[in-house]
Design a protein around this ligand. Sequence first.
Ligand code: TA6
Length: 306
Amino acid sequence: MIYTITLNPAIDRIIRLKENLQLEHNNKTKQKHIDLGGKATHVSAILTQLGTDNLAMGFYGQNNRDELEVIFEQYNMDHDFHEILYQSTRESTVVINNSGGSYMITEEGLNVSENDIEKIYSKIREKVKTDDIVVIAGTPPKGFSPRNLMELIQILKSRQAYIAVDLSKEYLEEAIKAEVNFIKPNEHELNEVYTGSSSVVNKFKNISNEIEDALCTLGEKGVLFEDGGKVYQAIPPSVELKSDTGAGDAFVAGYIHALSRGLDKFERIRFGIQVSASKVQQYSSCLINIEDFEEINKNIQIIEVS
Ligand code: TA6
């Protein structure tokens, strides 16, 4: 079974503009819609579209719980979240330029207590079994420290689960220290952990030496990965960009889907790129079109970089 844990989900308010966003200008909207936000929730929504069973877990706020439940239902997602009383799930405003590309403005969100954290630990102890896959992604809420992440990872290790972490800064450092199975910083997040002027490939080697499935996403330049002691870059074909919001989450969903089916690392990477390159052709944060995959897959380039 696959579980996703979003400790601080979001409700995305997506605004498409008639032009590109300009300062001191009355920017006119073309379309607005509400969508799912919060990274690991995106992984669940996409796994569900791929027909892969999974359960979305995490915290959500009592005040706007119904609004998030409606979105979960729209994506037909199985979910079991712990409700934080008297608080609201945060909102993320995603402004999409007419020429593609987006701006994201996200609230801080929930403030969880040790009691709340213990509740989610109990759910995980009850549900997660050996060889289950658990994806933890999205900026944690106030009250959830890197120590709490370490405790969560230890619970998952005691269950001999495959642990995939898509977090940044001190949380990413904790995940590396704990030698989880999978991490996927983007270039910016890698540079936050490994400062200095060495190349992204050399910085990537720091994590690929520690973590069996270490990846580094490079936006439209694709993704770095290691296999057999060599570092490769998988480059997606260029596609019509509608929104890059959620592209990294989509890659994680595709990779985890392929992993759950026992595919090798090259196939996991290829599938992650197919899902991600399909997602960016959608305005939604986590919609894909499986019919895009064959054309994308035919045009993926994989080159050895070190
Ligand atoms: O990755 C896209 C996204 O999940 C948006 O939907 C928005 O909710 C934002 O990122 C939340 O990011 P954060 O890192 O704050 O959890």
